[in-house]
Ligand binder design. Structure first.
Ligand code: TGC
Ligand code: FAD
Length: 384
């Protein structure tokens, strides 16, 4: 959040402002200086997970097992500040904390929690979350990956696609069809029959590793299954947590683009005056600020509801739908204001704009969240 016309800082407590300042300083000092290079080279340096872990950013809203036990609003603010640097960094935190750790925390046995969560909280172990498949994205209920019993063991076969952190993960949470419905499995890296392959040639989310997970007669012991959930409700309830982080995070990317455009417009002279002095530029900046402020208020409202235990999946969908769509508009407008400079990595705008194309699609596409909101408004499901 930034002061701006509305002075939204007034809505935050001193503790929340302290979280904001800590993560903002981490981003400014340790991440921003190199993030464009990571994006250009398509890498995520191995020291980043432990760095973020040392700041308590993994599973920061979870209780116990080395997690920071912070509020939903604290977590949202951290997502915003990280995504103001790069969506790939927020993705790392979302997938680690809100998807992989949350699945184990919510649905794992005590032994599974003790074994995996402390190392994931420090970032020593990276986790990934395999739901999407090559032929089943928006409709994960049709997944083909399956697990069958063989004595006490489970044997998994199938392919997961577009999996953030896959190639660097020490552990994968993989969702598979079974005779009892969809179940979650903990698959340690190095398990025979399990391998990953990184996806190349991405033009978006380049400072993030995205991979295919291949399970070929991958044999797991009986205690690899998450015991506390059966059915699609399992993965979908983890998605609520990660989608919530995106509601805030998207406003971070939007803020970075808005600030870059505002500053550029003030210093770029054309026709003898700053381009900020043209009415057309002012309309763009006014509209961008308006959507940034409205989206941040939406995120805060959902966060406050979440901290009261009242946030619904439909509210989170409303936030993801609006904030990612508007962040993408803001990024596109900012890119235009920067003229030719808008297409280079010397400025953050094209990087954010490209990243937001992924954010628009993952964690439920723009269309899927539209349909979730449509169903909430009409009572009629229109997915199929
Ligand atoms: P449907 O019949 O509606 O529901 C099946 C069961 O799930 C329950 N449920 C939910 N539970 C908790 N939270 C939610 N948001 C839930 N939505 C549904 C539902 O109550 C039911 O439970 P039960 O016990 O009655 O069986 O399922 P459907 O097959 O019709 O699907 C509905 C739809 C389309 C909304 C759902 O499939 C969906 O959300 N699709 C989008 C898939 C998606 O978002 N994938 C994301 C993959 S992970 C990712 O992208 C990570 S990106 C990296 C990063 O975050 O940075
Ligand atoms: P599709 O489902 O094939 O959709 C294609 C188009 O059709 C979209 O516009 C969609 O909105 C539209 N469409 C589909 N169904 C309907 C409908 N009923 N009505 C109207 N329109 C519809 N997945 C994971 O499991 N784990 C991860 O860590 C992960 N990380 C990702 C990282 C990146 C960088 C990306 C790009 C994706 C990641 N994903 C991950 C996958 C992501 O969740 C899926 O891409 C997403 O759910 C959409 O699936 P799809 O790409 O197969 O598109």
């Amino acid at each position: 959040m930034s002061r701006g016309i509305l002075d939204l800082d007034l809505l935050l407590t001193p503790d929340e402002l302290a979280v904001r300042d800590t993560v903002r300083a981490l981003g400014r000092d340790k991440l921003l200086p190199d993030v464009a290079t990571w994006f250009e080279e398509g890498i995520l340096p191995s020291e980043i997970p432990p760095l973020l872990g040392s700041h308590g950013l993994f599973g920061m809203h979870l209780q116990g097992y080395g997690c920071a036990g912070m509020s939903a609003v604290d977590y949202g603010i951290a997502c915003l500040e990280l995504e103001a640097i790069d969506s790939g960094l927020r993705s790392l935190v979302s997938v680690q904390g809100s998807l992989a750790m949350t699945a184990i925390h919510k649905f794992g046995s005590e032994e599974q929690k003790q074994e995996w969560l402390p190392g994931m909280a420090t970032g020593e172990i990276v986790g990934c979350f395999g739901l999407t498949e090559p032929d089943h994205g928006s409709d994960p209920g049709s997944m083909r990956t399956h697990a069958r019993r063989d004595g006490a063991d489970w044997v998994l076969n199938g392919t997961k696609m577009w999996i953030t952190n896959g190639g660097i993960a020490g552990v994968a949470v993989v969702w598979a069809q079974t005779d009892e419905g969809v179940r979650g499995f903990i698959v340690p890296a190095g398990t025979p029959g399990f391998r990953t392959q990184n996806i190349k040639h991405k033009m978006s989310l380049r400072a993030s590793i995205t991979s295919e997970l291949i399970l070929d007669d991958c044999r797991l012991p009986a205690d690899a299954v998450l015991p506390e959930v059966k059915g699609l409700r399992g993965p979908l309830s983890c998605l609520n947590e990660a989608r919530y982080g995106i509601v805030w995070g998207a406003m971070g990317a939007a803020r970075a683009c808005f600030e870059a455009a505002q500053e550029y417009a003030g210093s770029r002279i054309q026709f003898g005056r700053p381009i900020a002095g043209f009415q057309l530029t002012q309309k763009k900046l006014a509209d961008m600020y308006l959507e940034l402020a409205k989206g941040t208020l939406l995120a805060l409202q959902i966060g406050r509801l979440k901290d009261e235990g009242k946030a619904t999946p439909q509210q989170v969908s409303l936030g993801k739908l609006n904030n990612v769509r508007e962040a993408l508009h803001i990024a596109h407008e900012a890119r235009g204001i920067l003229g030719a400079n808008g297409i280079t990595l010397e400025y953050p705008v094209i990087r954010h704009a490209n990243n937001l194309e992924s954010v628009y699609t993952y964690e439920g596409t723009n269309e899927i969240h539209t349909l979730i909101v449509g169903q909430a408004l009409t009572g009629i499901a229109a997915y199929s």
